[in-house]
Every structure is written in C-alpha cells, then in structure tokens.
Design a protein around this ligand. Structure first.
Ligand SMILES: Cc1cc2nc3c(=O)[nH]c(=O)nc-3n(C[C@H](O)[C@H](O)[C@H](O)COP(=O)(O)OP(=O)(O)OC[C@H]3O[C@@H](n4cnc5c(N)ncnc54)[C@H](O)[C@@H]3O)c2cc1C
Length: 489
C-alpha cells in the first residue's frame, strides 16, 4: 500500500473526479502497513473451515450468537481475528476536511479526534461504540441524514481485507479501483471483507446546537412537516442542520430541528439526573454543546435504559455516570439473553412470553404516516424514533434499495412486547417485515430477520451480491449475507 492510496473527496463539486490524496505521517503509515501485513497473515492462518469473526470488545448487533470457543462474549482475543490495530484515527487533514480512520474506530473516538479541529463526520450515529466500519457495512443513520445521506456516502476510499485474503483499495467514482466492491460494501455486513481503513469527508461545526421541538397531533401532519423541511431546509424559521423525531403515540409526535449556533444562552445536560427523551415534552427550545448533542441518545440508549431501571431516580443516582452508556446497557442485555434470566423470571410469574422487536426500517415519506399508524395499532411499542433521510448522491447503492432523490423516514423501535396467546416468537417481526415490503420500504439487517431466501434476495439484490461474493470471496471463507443476517451464523 502506498501513501498515495489514501484518497479523499473535498466536496460535492468534485464528485466523479480523481480524489485529492491524504498524506499520512511517515510513522503512522509504517505502523499501519505493518498492521495490515499482520492481519493478512493472521487471516491466512485461521484454521480452514472455522468461522471467522472479529475479536472486538463492542458490538451493536442485536442478533446474538454464542461466543467463539475459548472466548467470553464481547471479549477481545481468543480465536477471532484481532483487529485492535485498526481502532484509531490515523490522520485528520483539517484543510481538506478529510480523515483517514481505522475500520474498527468507534465514533466516540472519531468524533473526539475531529472535534479538536472543529469538524465532525458528515453523519455520526448515536451510539458511541458504533464503529466507522460497522456503520458503513451495516448502514448507519442520524439526524444529518436528510442533508448528508448515510455514512457510506461520505467515504471516498476503503482499504478492505477481502474474504479471499487480499487487501484491496476500493475507491468511489467512475473508474475507481474495485468500484463495484466500494458500492456493494454497504449492507454487506462483513460478508465480503473487512474495512481496515477508510477515508471520509468531514464538515465544520459550531460549538452549540440550538434545538426546537415541534409537536404534531397526527402522523400525517408530522410527515407533511418532514416534506417541508426536505424542500426548504428548515421549519418555522429554524434551520434544519439536524432533524429527528420521537413518536410517543400517533397523536403525540415531536420533530426536533437543530441548528448550529455560535452562542447559547444556556446549555442543558442529560448525562446526569435528567433524561433527554423526556425533555422533548417540556420546553420547546433547548441548547446543547455539539458533543453532548452527538451523544444525546447514548446516555440512556434512547429510552432503552428504562427497562434496566436506570431512569428511576434512586437507581440513577446510584448508577455511576461513566456507566450510563449504551455499550454498558447492551452488555447487560447480552448477559441476560445468554442466561435467559428475564425470560425465566417472566415465566415463573405466569407472564406471557415476550418478543424482542428491535429494528430500524426505512419507509418512503409518502407512506410513512401509514406505517406509523400500522405500528401503533399492531405492535403498540412506544416511543418510536423517527429520522428522515435522503441519499446524498444520485446513484443507488446495489445492496440496499433506496431510490436517489426520494425522502424516507427511518423508524427505530427497540423493545419487547407480549406475544398474543398461541403466537410463536417472530410474530411481530414478521408483521413488520410484511408491512415494510407492502409500503415499498426496506429494513436494516443488524437485528433478527425472518425472510425466506426468495424474499431476501429480491429485497437485497441477490444477483449483484452473488457477483461480488464470487469476485471477493469465491471460496466462501466468510458467511453469506443470508446465512449471517437471517440464519444468524
Ligand atoms: C438499539 C439499537 C439502536 C440503533 N440505532 C442506530 C442508529 O440510530 N443509528 C445507526 O446508525 N445505527 C443504529 N443501530 C445499528 C448499528 O449501526 C449497526 O448495528 C452497526 O452495524 C453496528 O456497528 P458496530 O460497529 O457496532 O459493529 P458490530 O456490531 O461489531 O458489527 C456489525 C456487523 O458489521 C460487521 N463489521 C464490523 N466492523 C466491520 C468492518 N470494519 N468491516 C466490515 N464489516 C464490519 C460485523 O462483521 C457485523 O456483521 C442501532 C442498533 C441498535 C441495537
């Protein structure tokens, strides 16, 4: 790998032209090259036929699997592929607004590194331990996604360890090297290869975000406002640098519109006793520092910390601040799932079994009000997170069917609901899958899925995936997308 291989793109205007190069400091480059050589060797040395997994400390997947033999769930080391050398920011080029980043770097570390230069990635997912590679291969989203699209759309180049053991550089743009792999990587979930480093674009920030919470009494009114923001870039005279929403019920929905601000008459703090999502129902206006805004949802894992009691004032006071983080809550949930503690307790109390309905789905704006009403009526879980998005570029991404130019609304719901008598686990998730398909939407694959192979490949472009799999993992060293995301291998 040459230094010149770390490329980038400066802004929209340069799309499709040769990207500007980012020069890494010599020592950083030498260390990175050594790490790449080492992981390539380690990959080649893995016992043939054994499952390949990343030995990462954190994960935000909600498809739980047994840990690899000799390895505790969530622990690094063991027989997984050690990717610890790829967990840092290699270089930030503030002048060109580009960063070269290890593939397994968390957004918490990435944002801290770029904020030092007054910059952030164009999309910063809300959970601190989501990694850049995870968000690009698994599709991330956040409140800049109406303006900036999805995280993979601001990647200019990726260095990928492919399933067949090569290390290739996949670049955007016509004539880019391994351009098919570049475009097919999003939504491949590590089944074609692993991103070892990525070059991404950054945007300048201001120190504060000025929030306004707009309340709507129907999903139709809320979605009309989303359409207005998509057209005008603001709502009620407030600029929409950021926009997301929270539905407590079909007649109580909030859109939160955030504008960068140089000044703040006050700043709120939701990392202490106050809980961010509850604040939406309070005063209509708020200010956060840019860093606190990025992680506003992480402290309580949106509202999911509620299930662990962390929002009860007494428990909250006793729960150390440094452990009010999504990765801590997820570890608790993973432990519970593994030992079936809650399930057993529930059964002993004579309560019906509960189904985990943990999904993010994208619905075209024109059908989003219907989805909101379907979800409230059929699943009935609350709150639900809303996040409008629109692809940044004018080309579709082969493995995830979003149409360029169209506005979608992401619905995120994360919780459990009691199963109706006689219904098997998967009942609600299947209802959701069917409704998403009927409304012309699509579903992220980080959680459980129940599609038949035919439905799955019709939805996620089977022919394009098969061609990429042949080209980059012909011997099937890595699990296939269906096996991994539906069968949970
Ligand atoms: C409650 C909840 C809420 C969520 N909310 C959001 C949200 O609001 N916004 C959002 O963006 N996402 C959200 N997600 C989804 C999350 O972004 C995805 O699950 C993402 O893929 C997690 O990335 P990770 O870095 O934690 O990777 P992991 O969980 O470790 O891995 C995810 C998958 O990506 C693969 N992978 C990881 N790193 C790489 C790499 N470098 N190269 C190739 N493949 C790799 C792994 O093999 C695995 O298949 C949410 C998930 C949950 C459970």
């Amino acid at each position: 790998m040459t230094n010149a291989a770390y490329g980038g793109r400066q802004d929209l205007a340069t799309r499709g032209t040769a990207p500007p190069r980012v020069r890494l400091p010599a020592t950083v480059l030498a260390e990175h090259r050594a790490a790449v050589a080492a992981i390539r060797e380690a990959y080649a040395a893995l016992p043939p036929g054994s499952p390949v997994r990343l030995a990462k400390r954190t994960s935000n997947l909600f498809r739980f699997r047994d840990p690899l033999p000799g390895r505790k769930a969530g622990a690094a080391g063991g027989t997984g592929l050690d990717v610890s050398a790829f967990t840092r920011v290699l270089h930030v080029d503030p002048r060109r607004r580009l960063a070269v980043v290890g593939g397994m770097t968390t957004y918490e570390d990435l944002a801290d590194a770029t904020l030092r230069h007054g910059l952030i990635p164009l999309v910063v997912p809300q959970l601190k331990t989501i990694t850049l590679g995870g968000a690009v291969t698994g599709l991330g989203i956040e409140s800049t996604s109406l303006r900036n699209g999805l995280p993979h759309e601001s990647v200019t180049e990726m260095e990928i360890l492919t399933g067949d053991g090569r290390v290739v550089t996949a670049a955007q743009g016509p004539g880019g090297e391994h351009a098919e792999l570049f475009r097919g990587f999003p939504n491949s979930y590590g089944t074609l290869g692993y991103a070892l480093s990525l070059t991404i674009e950054l945007e300048p920030v201001q120190p504060y975000v000025h929030l306004r919470h707009f309340r709507f009494a129907t999903p139709e009114a809320c979605m009309a406002a989303v359409g207005q923001i998509a057209a005008d870039g603001g709502l009620g005279g407030h600029r929409a640098d950021f926009v997301d929403g929270t539905a407590f019920s079909p007649d109580e929905i909030y859109l939160t519109v955030g504008a960068y601000s140089e000044v703040a008459p006050w700043v709120s703090d939701y990392t202490g006793q106050r809980v961010y999502y509850r604040s939406l129902r309070g005063p209509r206006e708020d200010f956060l520092t840019i860093r606190d805004y990025l992680w506003r949802w992480d402290t309580d894992w949106f509202w999911c910390s509620r299930a662990l009691g962390v929002q009860h004032p007494v428990i909250r006071r006793a729960w150390p601040r440094r452990y009010r983080r999504s990765d801590v809550y997820r570890a608790v949930v993973a432990f519970d799932r593994r030992y079936r503690l809650w399930e057993t307790l529930n059964a002993r109390r004579g309560q019906p079994p509960r189904e985990a309905v943990i999904q993010d789905v994208e619905i075209p704006l024109g059908r989003s009000a219907e989805f909101a009403r379907f979800f409230a009526g059929q699943v009935g879980m609350s709150p639900v997170w809303l996040c409008p998005l629109r692809l940044r570029g004018d080309q579709p991404w082969p493995l995830y069917p979003l149409r360029p130019g169209e506005v979608y609304v992401n619905f995120g719901f994360w919780g459990t609901v009691p199963l109706p008598p006689g219904r098997p686990d998967g009942h609600y998730n299947r209802l959701v899958e069917a409704e998403v398909a009927a409304l012309g939407g699509s579903k992220g694959l980080y959680s459980t899925s129940f599609y038949s192979p035919e439905q799955f490949w019709a939805q996620y472009n089977g022919p394009a995936y098969a061609a990429l799999k042949r080209e980059y993992d012909g011997a099937g060293r890595l699990a296939g997308l269906y096996e991994k995301c539906v069968r949970g291998q």
